[in-house]
Write a protein that binds this ligand. Structure first.
Ligand code: PMV
Length: 332
């Protein structure tokens, strides 16, 4: 299984090389695999690689190309679907870990950077090269991850990911933030609008704005500065400062035109009982998050404003093996 994620700071600005922070959340995707007697299947149906290109990419890399037998795959999820909570990345990470374990890798020694790389390449193949490694890193490593275009001093560097996107090589440095105990006093309440956040549409909307008004790039840079301040606040466990950085990100994202009435209403409703609140992910639908020490009150406020809620601590365990009935299933 692997956790979903939400972006705490830096969405949209990360597309322009600014840093971003995502946290794993306490809602997981589970991928069960069993040796099949009748050929590849997923959720009881014959496997169709066009419907599941990311699963297809992972099975080729880690299984079929080495002659592994067909599998029955079952996927179950605690996440809202198509909500920007990283469910496809979590499926990729869990499936990759499951295959490695089924080939004999010890569950206590899962190679996180290899799993994150396989999952990222699968997402990139399925999305024609456009995926950043944010979701797959949060899902695989768990906790809080800090993605930047350079190695940062504010967090522990884990690995480099690179990808050729439209002929241009992009590189991301993936770090992990160790969250101090005081962060455990706070929760994230995630409010889903019930509508998917159209990521590529929202990314294009920001690109059009920057093309028309290049001076607006200062707002993108400002999100980068707020993200770095947010990382310092996370390192110190300063909840008030984390909340202030979240509010500032929301204000800047509103300015870029990616919030909407539902998200703004839910953020407003959450604020009286929260330390900070903002949209998370692409915007234009999808989810908002609020940082709060009163998760019940904040959840009720967001529900009153029309959101479906999910409560999580900041950070959750990364990819892991849940249950083993026969191991190894197959060894090349
Ligand atoms: O909606 P999500 O969680 O996939 O987030 C999109 C984040 C963006 O910064 C808007 C796009 C990106 O590729 O980073």
């Amino acid at each position: 299984s692997a956790p979903g994620k939400c972006i705490l700071f830096g969405e949209h600005a990360v597309v322009y090389g600014q840093p971003a922070v995502a946290v794993a959340i306490d809602a997981r995707v589970k991928v069960e695999i069993e040796k099949s007697t009748s050929g590849w299947s997923i959720d009881g149906m014959k496997f169709d690689k066009n419907r599941h290109p990311h699963i297809d990419s992972i099975r080729k890399r880690l299984w079929s190309n080495d002659g592994g037998p067909p599998l029955d795959i079952n996927v179950s999820s605690e996440l809202f679907g198509a909500a920007g909570l990283g469910s496809s990345a979590a499926i990729c990470s869990a499936f990759a870990a499951g295959l490695l374990h089924a080939r004999g890798t010890d569950s206590a020694a899962l190679p996180h950077s290899g799993i994150a790389t396989t999952a990222h390449l699968a997402e990139a193949e399925a999305q024609e090269g456009r995926a950043s490694p944010t979701d797959t890193s949060a899902s695989t490593l768990g906790g809080a991850v800090f993605i930047s275009n350079k190695k940062e001093k504010l967090a522990e560097w884990k690995y480099t990911r690179d990808l050729r996107v439209d002929g241009v090589r992009r590189t991301w440095e993936v770090h992990q933030i160790t969250l101090p105990d005081s962060v455990k006093d706070a929760f994230l309440v995630i409010g889903f609008t019930g509508r998917p956040g159209p990521t590529s549409e929202m990314v294009s909307k920001v690109a059009d704005l920057i093309n028309r008004e290049p001076e607006r790039m200062t707002e993108i840079e400002r999100i980068g500065q707020v993200t770095r301040a947010g990382v310092t606040a996370l390192n110190l466990g300063n909840l008030e400062a984390i909340g202030i950085a979240m509010n500032e990100c929301h204000r800047l994202l509103q300015g870029l035109g990616v919030s909407d009435d539902d998200l703004d209403r839910m953020v407003e409703a959450a604020l009286p009982s929260s330390l900070g609140a903002k949209l998370t992910g692409a915007g234009g639908g999808g989810c908002m998050i609020a940082l709060t020490t009163e998760p019940r009150r904040t959840s009720e406020a967001i529900e009153m404003a029309g959101g479906q809620v999910l409560v999580s601590p900041l950070g959750a365990p990364g990819v892991r093996i849940e249950e083993i009935t026969e191991n190894p299933l197959w060894k090349s």
